[in-house]
Design a protein around this ligand. Structure first.
Ligand code: FUB
Length: 306
């Protein structure tokens, strides 16, 4: 007799190495976009060529949609298929992806699709390309007034205001002041904890910036932290640690509410054969405090069926 599955053990994906989870709730389904750490490393570094998508309606039964976008689809990029995020608008889906350009440096690509599970088609040129290495880890959010924001960056947090077409922007790239008041005192290049992997959203009129962070001291691995603001462009106020540092060098947050539950997606190196270049996405359910603050979320065994 088939037993109903009531719990999904972490990591969510166990047949390949995945990292940089980015959830998107669409209708009654949660889509989870991830990067993909290849088994075989090149030059003993992140070896990442494509983006993957998984979906669920109940947090325990997952559908693997496979490779939905890859470096092969982006003629001007040659490496580093890094942390993406997807959003729906105007009946289309926009997948923002950092990549290494053929002529050097990192830039943000956009894939467009009619379906959340792709396949995605590159717009043909970088969306954000400042000619440096800061243009990674895009996070996208559309505010109630229709204005879309794309935040990104390591070591600096920057943003652009996207046009309604979601594939262009007006004006300059804006730089967020990297202050201790906004991001806490830490050991990354700006002297704050802010490292990379921002995740931008709004809940009960409070804007949240969750990010991968470096505590003070040498040789730290990333923990997760968050800041809040009453406006989409700051000033940001440091809120504290969200998930403690673990044995994996990186971590990367993705947060959403789904069917009345709040989830933090993150990654670890806990799958057999795991390492800093062989990571696995996990999920943890958590609750907000009444004032909107979030207590430290523990890495956990998995999540229950909803
Ligand atoms: O996965 C490649 C890079 O490592 C991501 O862009 C960062 O957020 C970190 O997870």
């Amino acid at each position: 007799m088939n037993q109903e599955k009531l719990f999904h053990k972490n990591p969510i994906v166990s047949n390949i190495y995945t990292a940089d989870p980015a959830p998107m709730v669409h209708g009654d389904t949660l889509y989870l976009y991830t990067t993909h750490d290849e088994d075989e490393l090149i030059n003993d570094f992140y070896t990442m060529f494509d983006w993957r998508c998984f979906s669920t309606k109940d947090m325990v039964n997952w559908t693997d949609h496979g490779r939905i976008f890859s470096l092969d689809d982006i003629s001007w990029a040659d490496d580093r298929a890094w942390a993406p995020q997807c959003i729906a608008r105007n009946g289309k889906f926009y997948l923002y992806c950092p990549v290494h350009k053929i002529d050097g440096g990192m830039a943000i690509a956009v894939g467009v699709s009619d379906k959340p599970e792709g396949p995605y088609t590159d717009i043909g040129h970088p969306l954000v390309d400042e000619g440096d290495w800061n243009d990674i880890d895009p996070t996208v959010f559309i505010d109630d007034d229709g204005q879309a924001y794309l935040y990104f960056g390591n070591p600096e947090l920057r943003y652009v205001k996207l046009n309604e077409d979601m594939v262009s922007y007006e004006g300059e790239v804006e730089k967020i002041p990297m202050t201790v008041e906004s991001f806490g005192k830490g050991s990354h290049e700006t002297g704050t904890t802010y490292g990379e992997g921002p995740w931008f959203y709004k809940r009960n009129n409070l804007y949240y910036m969750v990010f991968a962070a470096f505590a003070e001291g040498e040789g730290r691995n990333e923990h997760l932290a968050y800041s809040t603001s009453s406006s989409p462009t700051g000033p940001w106020v440091y809120g504290g640690v969200l998930m403690e540092e673990g044995p994996c060098f990186t971590n990367h947050p993705g947060i959403c509410d789904f069917k009345g539950h709040s989830y933090l997606f993150y990654h670890t190196d806990e799958l057999p054969g795991g390492s800093l270049f062989h990571r696995s996405v996990c999920a943890a359910e958590f609750r907000y405090n009444e004032d909107g603050s979030i207590a430290v979320v523990d890495k956990c065994d998995g999540v229950e069926k909803i």
